[in-house]
Design a binder for this molecule. Structure first.
Ligand SMILES: [Zn+2]
Length: 121
């Protein structure tokens, strides 16, 4: 069977469970988009036209069109401020989005964490 060169096929849900960029375990540092549920042909596909879902997701990195598959459990939501819409890197701020409010939140969060750690010791 010549299925090696088959592009990953996928089905989408409506509403889309992952409408925004996400973080995927194993792709640290790069924001990704989930395209949909991976599907593969089974014995019936030739006459039914339907493929079956594998339970895995097809995703791409922001700014890239290389599709890869991942486990839905490895997908974490990502705030818009956390990644760069130009290069897709998490932590890059070169896309010009105003992150001043977030930076303030981060500082207070870090402060809280420190205080909590102090109490625990
Ligand atoms: Zn960037």
């Amino acid at each position: 069977m010549a299925r090696q060169h088959r592009r990953p096929a996928y089905e989408t849900d409506s509403p889309d469970p992952w409408p925004d960029a996400v973080r995927i375990r194993g792709y640290a540092g790069a924001a990704c988009y989930v395209l949909g549920w991976e599907t593969v042909p089974d014995d019936d596909t030739e006459w039914s036209g339907y493929e079956v879902r594998t339970g895995r997701l097809v995703a791409v990195m922001v700014g890239d069109d290389h599709k890869f598959t991942c486990d839905p459990e490895d997908v974490e939501t990502l705030a818009r401020e956390e990644y760069c819409s130009e290069c897709g890197q998490i932590g890059c701020t070169h896309d010009g989005l105003d992150r001043s409010e977030l930076a303030a939140d981060d500082a207070s969060m870090a402060d809280l964490t420190t205080r909590r750690n102090d109490t625990n010791e």
